[in-house]
Design a protein around this ligand. Sequence first.
Ligand code: GLC
Length: 717
Amino acid sequence: MNINKLIKQMSLEQKLAQMTQFNTNCLLIDSKGGITGPAKDLNLSKDVVASTGSTLNFYSAEEVIKLQKMHLNDDPNKIPLLFMHDVIHGFRTIYPIPLAMGATWNPSLLEKCCKMAAKEASVGGVHVTFNPMVDLVRDARWGRVMESTGEDTYLNQIMAKAQVRGFQGDLSSKYDIAACVKHYAAYGGAESGRDYNLVELSEHTLKEYYLPSYKAAIDEGVEMVMTSFNTLNGIPAAGNSWLVKDILRKEWKFNKVIISDYAAFDEMIMHGYCKDKKEAALKAINTTTDIEMMSTCYLNSIKDLINEGLVDEKVIDKCVKRILLLKKKLGLFKNPFKAASSEEEKKYFLCKEHRAICKEAAIESAVLLKNDGILPLNDNIESVAIIGPLAKEGMIGFWSCHGKEDEATSVYDGIVNLVNNTKVNYAKGCDVNLDAIIDDKLVNEAIEVAKNSKVAIICVGETASMSGEGNSRANITLSNAQINLIKEVKKVNNNVVVILFNGRPLVLTDILDDANAIFTMWQPGTEGGSAAADLIFNKANFSGKLTMTFPRHVGQCPIYYNHLNTGRPNLNDDITATYRSRYLDMKNSPLYPFGYGLSYTSFEISKPVLNKNVMTKDEEIKVKVNVKNIGKYKGKTVIQLYIRDLVSSICRPVKELKGFKKIELDVNEEKEVEFVITEDTLKYYGINNKYIAEKGEFELFISDCSDVNESVKFELK
Ligand code: GLC
């Protein structure tokens, strides 16, 4: 296919249609060949519908094949449609949400999950996924923290690359799909955790903490970038030429497809940044964004802007060329249906192998937060009560694409399928909605089953729709009804295990003393219940470590481990200290910090040993620790390397993750873990945003959690 020749034969309207993306329900033509439904509302002509470049949100391979055939028949240029979808944590077989996958600290497992999702999505007709979402998140009130791998820039970069590899492979297989990194940029910095809210960041903070994960995806070869809804320092990302053209295009040399978020061009009018669609089109095209999702600024205004000499048609040709090159790279001109196949949908959706991958991920992402020794349970325990509004629910997350809750195993299913001689009692105990009233009948049923069981397992937290897009929360505790349920059960049964299902860190302070054990399954996906059962009954051990801080109180948000020291740190977390950076009514420290997670076994980590304490910028320092499993069970843990730059031109965090290794040790087994520190390890965006390492003293910490204080020093000369 000669792309340049193809562009030459296209009219301006056809080029603009190629640069526009509509939901598939906008592409439907009625029986008389007329425009119908949303297309009518958008005032689309038949020619525009026929020449549309890409579409999103569709429901089967059969529909994709039908639509592509219809499109190729109607499009005068015979340019195949690009089919895009939000394949975020699975397509039909659903794995845990990205915030859970971050907690695995296992990039190859995440890559395996993405590859599995790509296979299912590709046979389901998908060419491009709007993923990875790599927004740095520090405020649990924001609903979309569930979509991120967490609060750490270093870890997010590694997980971003793993997702790009998993989805894209080398794009040679029909099962590979293009990935689209989002939301560029810093959407996770939404003020007060309220979705779509403004983001105000210094250039230093933006470049040091928020931008690297997008860059990581780009360096890994991601095929697309999606700009974000938010304003960045007063200018919407969708029309922010500094952010998109100067940094993404010029500085990072990203010359592939950029797409807006859903109707974000139109929203620049609501932001008060553009007076009308025409100005929105001008400010958007000045960023060189190629595809407008679900609005018609380009379609309705670019022609006038060209006629008025404000836009050069050559800019439009470049956008169209990037889009056509992506279609060519995906092989669509040769095979416009790619891997779409109803037969292969039946073969791969929910197949044993895919379920096994999702179960492995659900096990590795679960985080054990508290355990007084009650867990693991013996699988021939006389009786258990499974209680709670989420006990019989298949807990798949907000972006579960074609996943279905009733195809996911619940905790109840998982336990019933695992135990043999155990009496399994059940009671709902309360409703799940956030404002659920305390229903005495439901509570009494729960008390009854708890009284008659050795252990009470209470499944509480959030449904998928209590986090995700547009679902921010000002209060992030469990509901009153759920807190009451746990306390009432505890009164009659002293053995209480709380299983959390959550799309964000929740405040657990109110139930901490009532639960003998607490663990989070997040929103674990299709095999969540069977994974939970394996963990409870010691068929598997916990190894998850938080990648987002759990606050004691929502008033601490935003809260994250790699904070600055301030001039008056409250070093002992003493709320009576005077004139220190603290609260009158709450400790500064979180309930559970970044990097935290318990296991059924325990690990002894020796003090770090450096091969030398001084290095020049061309040298390296090797640091080793010895790790021994001193507990009763085989287990995995994550050895984490943190570094602090003690004195710098711009203040640096009290510690920052600079390396990690996930290891598995048998009982009494020990292993040496080594990290290498080079000048690159110590670089940051300093004065004038120069990416440099500054000479001076550093502190180094190695532990299995970020709340480590013991350190060793070294110097960069
Ligand atoms: C949504 C989301 C974005 C998603 C897009 C298409 O509004 O912000 O993450 O990819 O629209 O569904």
